[in-house]
Design a protein around this ligand. Sequence first.
Ligand code: GLY
Length: 594
Amino acid sequence: MRIQHSSLTGCWGRSRLCLPILISVVLAGALVAAPLRPVHAPHAMVASVHERASRAGVEMLRSGGNAVDAAVATGFALAVVHPQAGNLGGGGFLLLRRANGKTRFIDFREKAPAAATENMYLDSAGNVIPESSKNSSVVGYRAIGVPGTVAGLVYAEKHYGKLSLEKVIAPAIKLAREGFTLTYEDARDLKEDEYLAEFPASKHIFLREGNFYQPGDLFKQPELARTLERLAQDPDTFYHGAMAHELAAAIHQGGGLVTAADLAAYEVKEREPIRGSYRGFEIISAPPPSSGGVALVEILNILEGFDLAKLGNRSADVIHLEAEAFRRAFYDRADFMGDPDFAKVPVAQLIDKKYAAAWRESIDLNRATLSQDLKRPPIFSELERVARLRPSAIREPENTTHYSVVDAEGNAVAVTTTLNDSFGSRVTAAGLGFLLNDEMDDFAAKQGVPNNYGLIQGPANAIGPGKRPLSAMTPTIVLRKDGSGNSELFLVMGSPGGPTIITTVANILIGVVDFSLDIQEAVNAPRFHHQWLPDQILVEDRLSPDTMSVLRSRGHKLSLEHFWGDGECIMIDSRTGERLGASDGRNNGKAVGY
Ligand code: GLY
C-alpha cells in the first residue's frame, strides 16, 4: 500500500491503491492545513517533514551550533519521529555550502553487501521475485543494503559541526525515551503499511501488536533510545563494535546478506557536487550515485532557451516544454547513470549547454515527441560509443525525506535521506529498535523488464558487491549574484518522491526563477512529471481541465495523481536577509526559525 504522504503517493504506486475515502482523509488531514506563506525568521531556519525534527535542529542553532549541527540533530530526530523515512538504517546525501562559499557533498548512500550478485532477486525461472515475498528486493532481510546514515551523520558532525555528538543526538534520545504525541498523520502512516506486521519487532514497536496507535497517543521507543545513547557514547560501535555484531547477527538470522565485515568496510565518500547555471543563478546539486543533479541541470539547460515566463505559469505551453525536457533528461539517465566508482558516467557531456541546445532543436513546440522515437542528438555520438548500454528496468520507490537548514552565518545544508520504500524493508533490527532499508531495490533487479513505474536503466546500475545503487535524490542549493556580482545563497531545496524528486525540484526552482513565486507558493504549486517511460505526463489533479485538454491535443497522455513529493525548502530574502522557510502544504511538516 502506498499512502505515505511525505512521498510519491497513491495510485501511481505499485499497489495503485486509490480509494476515494483515503483521498478525502488526505485532503482533510493535509491540504486544508497547507501553509500559504513562508515562515519568516531573521537568523536561521530548519524545514523538515516533522515539526519535532525541525525543532531539534533549531535547538542546536540556538545553543551555538551551526547548520551542520542542526542538520545532524534533525536527521537523528527524524529517525525517531518519522520512522517511515527518517532513519539510522538507511542512507542519503548531505550538501553543505558554507558561508565562505566552500561546498561539500557527503555521500552516505547504502552499499550492496559483498555477497550480493547480479541476479539475486530472480527466481529459478529468471523472473523477478514479487515484492510480497520475503526474499524480494523490497520486503525482508535480503532487501537490506549496508546502511550509511550513521556514518554520514557522524562524519558530517565531526568534520563540519561545532557541537559534540552527544549534544546533537540528545533531542533524538529524548524523543525516543520520553516519547512524543502522535499527530493524525503520524498515526495514520503507522497504520497503513501492509508489510510491517510480518516482522515481529516491527509489529511490536510500530503497530503495538495490532492495537494501532491513535492520534494523541504517546509513542515511546525505548530500544531506539538505548541505541542512540550507545551511538552518542561510541559511534564507532555501529560499524566496528558490539552494535555491528548485533546488527549483523540479526540480519543473518533473518536470511539477509549484510555481515559485520560489510559494516566494517562501509565508508562515507566526499564527492564534487554537480554545478550548473540557470538564467544567471548557480545550481549546486547531487552527483552520481545520484542521478538528481545531472538530470536537474540537463533539464534546466534545455529550458533556458525558452521564455517560460512569457508563456505563463502552469500554462499548457510551459507544461509541454518542461515535459519534453524531463523526457530527454530521463532518457539519458536511463542509459548512462550508475555508481561512478563502478561505471563511467559521462557527467560533463550530459550537463553541457551545447548538448542541451541540440536537444532543444528536437522539441516540437506544438507536438509531443513520442518517447519511443526519441533519438539522442548526433553531437553526442562520442558519448554513445562510451556508454550506450543495454536498457534495463528498475522500480524506483517512493519514500524518502528531505530537510533544509540555514544558520545565522549563512551556512546552508540540504539533506535527502531514505530507507527507500516507506519503512524500508520493514525489518526492525532485533534489540536495536530501528528499521533497515530496502535500498537493494534501487538497483536493476533484471535487465530489460519494465518495472511498475516503467523506469528503464542501464547495466551501470546492475547489482554488484560493494556498489551503491543509483538514486534520484536531489539535495540542491541555488546561488544568485549580489549587487557586487558575488555569489550569495538564495535557495536550499529538495524533496522525496523516487524519480519525481528530480522534477519536483525543477518545478519548485522554475516557479521561483521564472514565475517569481515566493518559496511557499512554488512548493505548493501543482506539479507535473515525465520520465521518458512510461510515455505520459503525471499531473497533479489540480491542473485546470482546459490546460489538460490542450496538452492532450498535442499528443500527450496524462495520468492524474492526487499529489506527490514533499518540498522542504528555504529561500533567503535578498533585501532583508531573512530566512523564508517553506514546508510542503501537501504534508504536515513545519519550517521553524528564529
Ligand atoms: N531510494 C530513493 C532514491 O534514492 O532515489
